[in-house]
Design a protein. Structure first.
Length: 248
């Protein structure tokens, strides 16, 4: 399949601490505090993130950007991601296997000039394509709801839920309760559709963007929105990479 979809359900942010409050109980001077919740205000006020990931999907629901229809997809993908929330920049690199076919690429997106670039190779060379960013695309996440708490291995975790924006998927984010670092993301088809899921595991998580990753390769230097090598034909758009947060 030549077009690109990614089940990443959100652009990541970390270290969003919500201060707990304490209240006086009685003359015994005992107090209680509310549970700390990560991402109660989304990514507001945070610089950015950088991380590696592995994404495995089976029969997962996605909207096909070429047809506008709902498709079920099965694939394996690994990659590197960095987002600069302050300056509105995104870097995304991936290698994917779908239907026993490998494809790879890098995407650079810049909110300042509304432009995104796609390079169809992870090594030297390759073709670069250019496209316009949908003005409604957001590089941040909305506030998330705390639905439960538990453990992964010996780590205390929070289970956070995205606002429901469609009737075909539900999305849950699992974070370290102590520092709000992302650990896993789960996307499941709703009962209205055949069973399917996408599971993302995060590695080497950092609470800042990597500025070196936003440097455009030479193949992209002289392209503009009127270039014949249009990114549109690949459908590798930043709004497709982040379907949950592109328009909410």
């Amino acid at each position: 399949m030549q077009f690109f979809f990614l089940a990443i359900v959100l652009i990541l942010t970390i270290n969003n601490f919500v201060e707990s409050f304490s209240s006086s109980s009685s003359s015994s001077s005992s107090s209680s505090s509310s549970p700390q919740q990560c991402f109660s205000k989304g990514s507001e006020g945070f610089e950015g993130v950088t991380y590696e990931y592995i994404d495995s999907a089976y029969n997962a629901n996605y909207i096909n950007p070429l047809t506008g229809q709902l498709d079920q997809m099965t694939f394996y993908e690994a990659g590197l991601f960095s987002a600069d929330y302050i300056n509105g920049q995104v870097f995304y690199q991936y290698r994917r296997n779908e239907n026993s076919n490998w494809e790879e690429g890098k995407l650079f997106a810049f909110k300042s000039n509304g432009t995104q670039y796609f390079l169809d190779s992870l090594v030297d060379g390759g073709n670069c394509s250019v496209g316009k960013i949908d003005p409604e695309t957001q590089f941040t996440i909305p506030p998330l709801d705390l639905v439960s708490q538990g453990t992964m291995g010996g780590v205390n975790v929070d289970f956070l839920e995205y606002p429901q924006t469609n009737n075909y998927t539900t999305n849950t984010l699992i974070v370290n309760s102590d520092n709000c670092y992302f650990m896993s993301s789960n996307c499941h088809n709703t009962p209205l559709y055949p069973a399917g899921f996408s599971l993302i595991t995060f590695y080497n998580f950092m609470d800042e963007p990597d500025s070196q990753l936003f440097q455009l390769p030479q193949q992209c230097w002289n392209l503009n929105l009127h270039s014949t090598q249009s990114i549109q034909k690949y459908s590798k758009l930043v709004s497709n990479i982040f379907p949950k947060i592109g328009k909410y």
